[in-house]
Design a protein around this ligand. Structure first.
Ligand SMILES: [Zn+2]
Length: 425
């Protein structure tokens, strides 16, 4: 159902209801639980009931299911036709086909896309993969000599490789031993699902550069430093800052976004709200928000839990709607809200003509934002949003609460480091 909006069950009910509104209780603003359970099979009913409902009432409209924004374009129609034949996107026969088409749609250069594809299919000729294919060889990693050279070790967790990820603009930490249930394919899939081109491009170029570095050492005995490897990865990037969710036409300029790598205080007299969601596919969403004043001092922080987001961007949007509701109650009138979700930010800007489900919930946020005297909505890098990220993760492992003092210890550290990095500028 998630793929095509087309339920499998409920056919026998055809005629007794014709539109989704028959399934909604308009007065209470929620699904008619009993009707949904009667019409759909148990699995589909629980998926329907977990869908967040937009609070703003909009007229019915036709939605093209093959694009993210619900608007028809010929490219998506062409891809739909291709995928209905036995093209490369369905030849895999399982949901790897979906993975392949997500990789194929990324903006990264072909050799980096190809690299992601080979990784996901276990085709990378690491020592462990080769020995599985019957090649008799030493399994030890040639870079560190400490662990067996699996794909995950060679590209992420190898002690000679992990610092590259941490030094990169992504600041991914793969220190320590690899978690037992870690799956490279699932990790890549989660990243691709988030549809953040900037991140995907960085990840694919780093993967390529890290493997090329390994080969240079194994076959040519040439050792590239961490910095040289990062430089080589950066040279292959295609998603530059000026592509960053279509900036330039309005509001922000590129220089501003670049600077927003570290947290910046709001103008005097206003407050800054950082919002984030921690999303696990098909599971609970943790939401976090942190409100700070112009001197960087913490006014309030909150953590919450939700279910029902079908994508990372939806989780971020639900977190934003939750946060705006809380801030409105506090009575602050001049606010700056920051997100690190490029999809949410660009949907906000196109929400009035976007027909996606996401846009309907974004419209709720736009409506809430009109309750403030001054409101601006800014896209920042992940590093500038660390405090909210902490609270979103906190929600998943701890309690959900609103703090006005005695803030969580870990958060206090992040707030202090945000303030000290301001002093160092
Ligand atoms: Zn190693």
């Amino acid at each position: 159902m998630a793929a095509g909006f087309k339920p499998l069950s409920g056919q026998q009910w055809r005629g007794s209801f014709s539109t989704v509104s028959d399934l909604l209780d308009g007065t209470l603003g929620r699904w008619k639980d009993d009707v949904v359970r009667q019409v759909f099979c148990a699995h589909e009913a629980s998926m329907v009931l977990s869908l967040p409902l937009p609070r703003t009432v909009t007229a019915d409209m036709l939605v093209w299911a093959a694009t993210d924004n619900g608007l028809f374009n010929t490219k998506s129609a062409y891809q739909l036709v291709l995928s209905s034949h036995d093209g490369p996107s369905t030849s895999m026969g399982d949901d790897r086909g979906g993975l392949w088409s997500s990789i194929w749609k990324t903006k990264s250069i072909p050799r980096c896309r190809d690299m992601m594809w080979r990784i996901c299919h276990g085709f990378l000729p690491t020592a462990v993969n080769l020995s599985r294919r019957g090649v008799d060889m030493d399994l030890l990693c040639p870079m560190c000599g400490e662990g067996n050279e699996t794909t995950t070790h060679a590209l992420l967790f190898c002690p000679a490789v992990a610092p590259i990820w941490f030094m990169s603009p992504l600041s991914f930490a793969f220190h320590g031993s690899q978690p037992a249930n870690f799956s490279m394919e699932a990790w890549l899939r989660t990243l691709l699902d988030q549809k953040d081109e900037w991140v995907i491009d960085k990840v694919s170029t780093l993967l390529y550069a890290i493997w090329a570095r390994r080969n240079l050492w194994v076959f040519d005995q040439r050792w590239l430093t961490l910095e040289q490897t990062l430089k080589r990865a950066a040279a292959m990037e295609v998603v530059k800052l000026d592509d960053f969710q279509g900036l330039g036409s309005a509001g922000l300029n590129i220089a501003q976004v670049d600077r927003q790598d570290v947290w910046q205080p709001p103008p005097r007299g206003s407050v800054k709200v950082n919002v984030d969601a921690s999303f696990k596919h098909g599971e609970v969403v943790g939401t976090g928000m942190v409100v700070r004043e112009a001197d960087g001092g913490l006014l309030l922080c909150a953590s919450g839990k939700m279910v029902g987001a079908l994508s990372a961007a939806m989780a971020e949007t639900m977190a934003l709607r939750w946060a705006l509701g809380l801030v409105l109650e506090m009575g602050n009138q001049w606010i700056v809200v920051e997100t690190d979700c490029a999809v949410l930010h660009s949907t906000w800007r196109s929400a009035h003509h976007d027909r996606s489900y996401l846009a309907a919930v974004v419209q709720d946020c736009v409506a809430l934002s009109t309750g403030f005297s001054s409101f601006s909505f800014v896209l920042v890098r992940r590093n500038a949003n660390r405090a909210a990220d902490y609270m979103a993760k906190f929600a998943l492992s701890n309690l959900c609460f609103v703090w006005f003092g005695n803030f969580p210890m870990g958060l206090e550290h992040i707030i202090a480091s945000d303030v000290s990095s301001l002093a160092n500028q």
